[in-house]
Write a protein that binds this ligand. Structure first.
Ligand code: BG6
Ligand code: MG
Length: 218
């Protein structure tokens, strides 16, 4: 049986996924006077701030100087940070609080495996910091999702191998990362492109320890 659960944050624990894209849209509108197409959102999900900006600039066919690139990263995070001002436990996604309680009761180890540098701050605002045994630091891994590094690091921080862990993700990049790490992948969401996950659930409200146990043991 598995012993640890490695959680993505944005779009799995908290409803912050759209806040990231809203910030990118505002930024692009301000600097390039164009509306960022919604089709770009999925390409930035689970992807680091730097890699997201690269995807966005490429989609706009825009090249910027290194200093402008840094300015854009900084300003995106300021816009995103502003939108986190009112974040509270009300922003925890459906089913996550009871699921975490169930995991804790059953002595499962919990780690955060988010690409977000804002992870610790968000957990604090959601009053979930103490629920996690470890938070993997995305600034300390060589490659971001879809590379497996952050999930390998999160499992290691729990003293476990990825093989005895379940990873939970809402993004395509995230599911690829879990699969490459050797952990059992659980996708939450309805995007057909999540089909490479070991288990697909339509939403976080369907997360139950028993459901995961049955799927993992098959
Ligand atoms: C991921 C989000 O969780 O974190 C991405 O899905 C985001 O959209 C990435 O780019 C990095 O977040 P941050 O907070 O470090 O800019
Ligand atoms: Mg996510």
């Amino acid at each position: 049986m598995f012993k640890g659960v490695l959680f993505d944050l944005d779009g799995v624990i908290a409803d912050t996924s759209t806040l990231h894209f809203d910030a990118w849209k505002k930024l692009v509108n301000k600097y390039f006077s164009v509306a960022l197409p919604d089709s770009i959102e999925e390409k930035t999900k689970g992807v680091s701030r730097t890699d997201s900006l690269k995807v966005i600039l490429e989609s706009l066919d825009v090249v910027v100087s290194d200093s402008m690139f840094q300015q854009l990263l900084h300003e995106k995070n300021e816009l995103y940070g502003d939108s986190l001002n009112t974040l509270s436990p009300n922003n925890i996604l459906p089913g996550i609080a009871p699921f975490i309680s169930e995991l804790k009761e059953q002595k499962m180890k919990l780690a955060l495996a988010s690409a977000s540098l804002n992870g610790p701050l968000i957990l604090e605002k959601l009053a979930l910091s103490t629920a996690f045994d470890a938070v993997a630091d995305p600034s300390k891994v060589a490659c971001g999702k879809p590379a497996p590094d952050i999930f390998i690091s999160a499992a290691k921080a729990l003293g476990l191998t990825p093989a005895v862990c379940v990873g939970i993700e809402d993004s395509i990049a995230g599911i690829s990362a879990i699969n490459s790490s050797g952990a059992f992948s659980v996708a939450v969401g309805k995007n057909p492109q999540l089909q490479s996950a070991n288990l697909i659930l339509p939403s976080t409200a369907e997360l139950r320890l028993d459901t995961l146990r049955i799927a993992y043991s098959n």
